[in-house]
Design a protein around this ligand. Structure first.
Ligand code: 6GU
Length: 231
């Protein structure tokens, strides 16, 4: 997979992309991540990329010119067109299902905005989808783009050391994950549940399922509303 990121702050990406799973996935050639600075496609001495909104109002809006020129350049860097995604609080919410869907693409082009938002013609003209990472406002799309990259890359085949470790993740079966324990058996008077030490794999699986359901009911009842959720 190739992921291009169009951003005004490419420096924000270096550290998060250079650790752990995402670092290893790049080293293994599972994903290539390329950063391009939108400001390099601005024109004029001031390298302007934003302007006041027509109709008035607070803040500034990303101008279409630099984003279009940057996108056109980036598109030409690889043979496939890919899927263009604007990171925006106006977007559809990122879910585990969406991350899984995106992990099947061979190319993603992520556009991180700043200011009050994008000129609407960017979304329309580039045929872009919009993705949000939750119902709160960030100062820009960079952290959201990093969240998308992190969630997608770990789902690429062979990205995780143990092939099974994505399978039991929270949300992958529509439920939160069951509680985990490791050594020591007793820590500050808190004991690992006996059932996990029993060696009875059937009972352990049943206990985990019950715990996952109980946790989901308590913390995320909204996840159980769907009629297709396994009970
Ligand atoms: Cl994608 N961008 C911004 N600026 N804020 C957000 C977001 C994105 N997702 C949630 N909040």
């Amino acid at each position: 997979m190739r992921i291009d990121v169009l951003t005004l702050f490419p420096e924000m990406f270096a550290s998060p992309l250079s650790f752990s799973i995402v670092k290893r996935a790049q080293e293994q050639g599972l994903v290539e991540i390329a950063l391009t600075n939108i400001r390099d496609f601005s024109i004029g001495d001031y390298r302007k990329v934003d302007d006041k909104p027509y109709g008035g109002g607070p803040g500034m809006v990303m101008m279409p010119g630099p984003v279009f020129d940057c996108h056109e350049h980036v598109t030409s860097l690889a043979p496939t067109k890919g899927r263009t995604i604007l990171l925006s609080p106006q977007g559809t919410p990122l879910t585990q299902a969406k991350a899984a869907e995106l992990s099947n693409e061979d190319r993603l082009i992520l556009i991180a905005g700043r200011y009050e938002g994008f000129d609407e013609r960017i979304r329309i003209g580039l045929g872009a989808e919009q993705l949000s990472i939750g119902d709160y406002v960030l100062n820009g799309g960079e952290l959201a783009a990093l969240v998308v990259i992190d969630a997608v890359v770990r789902l690429l085949p062979d990205a995780l050391g143990d092939d099974d470790s994505a399978k039991d993740d929270s949300f992958s079966d529509g439920l939160l994950e069951y509680p985990q324990y490791t050594r020591p058996e007793v820590f500050r008077d808190m004991k690992v549940p006996d059932i996990l030490l029993s060696g009875d794999h059937g009972k352990i699986a049943q206990w985990r399922r019950d715990q996952a359901l109980q946790r989901t009911r308590q913390h995320r009842p909204d996840l159980l509303d769907d009629s297709d959720t396994p009970q």
